[in-house]
Design a protein around this ligand. Structure first.
Ligand code: PXP
Length: 244
């Protein structure tokens, strides 16, 4: 199973002082050395953390796979086509939010998404849609002909009661199975940490997890290299547990 590490939080810290460091590109290098399979960053419309020049520098530095999270705002689409990541993950975006809340409504936005997906494909950029684990959303994504869906794990991660936790995990399992059966590749992410990652890693249809905040928070105590390695171990343990 692959781990994509989101380096936005390094840029958030840098933007506090508007200086040159800490540098998300340096963070990406450390993550790759520690075994990350891809580097993820989010070019937000308000450019609150990652800047266009960060993406350009990441494009040159990343040796694995560069996944750009983005909204479908025209300015950001133009930037993505210029910056040429390996893949884009289309997410909903609201300026007031602290982080991406909820998945993209692929059904409602189908008419806007279709031409965009074609444009990205022409530029050899793989498109992923960040959707809630709901049957209608998976179907809409499959109908749009994207290659990948990323299932939003935020509700799972936020579920406190045992029943809610089970219900959200079951929704992820069902959506992953449906997506795979529709020929989609399946990723998942949002709010995953060292404690809750196991059961999601155990879902066989999910091939990649994209994780940012918990790894960067852990890195404060053990360093980024170790934080990435620990997350990979937690994912492997979850996967092994499923097979046993
Ligand atoms: N995947 C997507 C599409 C996201 O928008 C985010 C948040 O930037 C993540 C994964 C990572 O979430 P977290 O930082 O909570 O691990």
């Amino acid at each position: 199973m692959r781990l994509g590490v989101n380096v936005d939080h390094v840029a958030t810290l840098r933007q506090q002082r508007r200086g040159a460091w800490p540098d998300p590109v340096e963070a990406a290098r450390v993550c790759e050395r520690a075994g990350a399979s891809s580097i993820v960053c989010h070019l937000r419309e308000d450019r609150r953390h990652i800047q266009d020049r960060d993406v350009a520098r990441l494009r040159r530095a990343v040796r694995t796979h560069l996944n750009l999270e983005m909204s479908i705002a025209p300015d950001v689409v133009r930037a993505a086509l210029r910056l040429r990541p390996d893949s884009v993950t289309l997410v909903p975006e609201r300026r007031q939010e602290l982080t991406t809340e909820g998945g993209l409504d692929a059904r409602r936005l189908a008419r806007r998404l279709r031409p965009l997906i074609v444009r990205f494909r022409r530029h050899r950029i793989v498109t992923s849609l960040f959707i809630d684990p709901a049957a209608a959303q998976v179907k809409a994504a499959a109908d749009l002909g994207v290659e990948v869906v990323e299932l939003h794990t935020g509700r799972y991660a936020g579920a406190r009661a045992v029943r809610a936790h089970r219900r959200e995990l079951a929704a992820l399992r069902r959506a992953a199975r449906q997506a795979r059966a529709s020929g989609l590749r399946v990723a998942a992410g949002h709010g995953l940490d060292y404690q809750n990652v196991g059961p999601v890693a155990a879902i066989g249809e999910i091939e990649e997890l994209n994780i940012g905040f918990s790894i960067m928070a852990r890195a404060l105590w053990v360093g980024l290299d170790q934080a990435v390695r620990e997350m990979r171990s937690a994912m492997r343990r979850g996967r092994r547990h499923a097979r046993a």
